[in-house]
Design a protein around this ligand. Structure first.
Ligand code: 3EB
Length: 321
């Protein structure tokens, strides 16, 4: 069962164990996300399996709002909402859209149109997962093609600012793009990191189309949504090849984001670490766990980071107090 604290705010993420069906029985559950090919998830608009293999414990990522949550599907998009927040997930076959760039453009067009027409038009947070993110040379690298598609898909969206985001490579050989996210009736406050160049201002060397995301989002109810964070200082990758130094730098980046958020909240951090080399999981966990109230607030997943020299990336939430 969930070992989480009782939700104090309208949007709440926790890690939970036990039967996913029980979590979905809760009428306040917006979404249950399971990691790994074999995650035993019932078919539901509110359930999503992401093919990133867990390295160790594999709890469910549970997003809760206020009961009652309604849900449905529109084309390739599954949604659920409590009227205040919207969870949505789009899964598109790359080949059906001419490759990763086309699939990304189509996914973003669909989600932007759906969210824009909803009562919850402010996109707070997006997660992007697809196979083989570092495959391809130079500007043909699949991450760069994804960035092209994302910018194209958003060209007609009237978003006032970019959402927080994560983009990570799966290694399951399944060429299906998965994008899931959260939107809100009320706008959040996007955050940048004083130690980092804003991603949309990255120079040309990282690709023809800059990634468009905010470093974090302070949601109106006080939840701090932390984007995928790696050892990027300015725009450069720091400590190439040095796992421990990258982990320390990543945590320093998260500290700077949290410190600069202006949030009075002092609730727990809940994190996911994406690990390029599975053998590094123990060292990464040892560095991160002392920052947490509970070691179970860290989930380790095998995943590839968008620059091949980066060995670890961390995202998550800091709860309102
Ligand atoms: C970085 O700082 C690391 O393309 O959506 C982190 C979070 C990263 C989101 C994205 C990429 C994205 O640039 C990579």
């Amino acid at each position: 069962m969930s070992r989480s604290d009782a939700p104090q705010v309208a949007l709440h993420m926790s890690y939970a164990t036990g039967a996913a069906g029980r979590l979905l029985d809760d009428p306040a559950t917006l979404a249950v996300i399971g990691f790994g090919r074999d995650a035993p998830l019932p078919a539901s608009e509110r359930a999503l399996r992401v093919g990133l293999e867990p390295l160790g414990a594999a709890p469910w990522e549970v997003w809760r709002g206020k009961a009652p949550v309604r849900s449905g599907r529109e084309g390739a998009l599954a949604w659920s909402t409590d009227g205040e927040h919207l969870f949505f997930a789009v899964e598109l076959d790359e080949a059906a859209h001419g490759g990763i760039a086309g699939a990304t453009a189509a996914a973003y067009r669909q989600l932007a149109a759906f969210v824009g027409d909803s009562a919850t038009p402010h996109v707070l947070r997006l997660w992007n997962y697809f196979d083989a993110i570092n495959l391809g040379d130079g500007d043909d690298e699949r991450y760069r093609l994804f960035c092209d598609g994302r910018a194209r898909g958003l060209a007609t969206a009237d978003w006032t600012h970019y959402p927080a985001a994560t983009a990570i490579g799966r290694r399951d050989g399944v060429r299906t793009l998965q994008v899931y996210g959260l939107a809100s009736r009320r706008p959040g406050r996007p955050l940048e990191n004083p130690r980092q160049v804003s991603a949309w201002r990255y120079p040309r060397q990282y690709g023809p189309t800059a990634p468009v995301f905010a470093r974090g989002m302070l949601e109106a109810g006080g939840e701090l949504l932390i984007s995928g964070t790696a050892a990027v200082i300015g725009h450069a990758s720091a400590h190439p090849g040095d796992l421990d130094a990258q982990t320390v730098e990543t945590l320093a980046n998260i500290d700077a984001l949290v410190d600069g958020s202006g949030s009075a909240a002092h609730g727990p951090l809940r994190l996911k670490a994406y690990v390029r080399n599975p053998a590094d999981a123990g060292r990464i966990a040892a560095a991160i766990t002392p920052r947490l109230e509970d070691p179970a607030d860290l989930v380790l997943l095998a995943g590839d980071i968008c620059r091949s020299e980066l060995l670890v990336e961390v995202d998550g939430v800091r709860h309102a107090a």
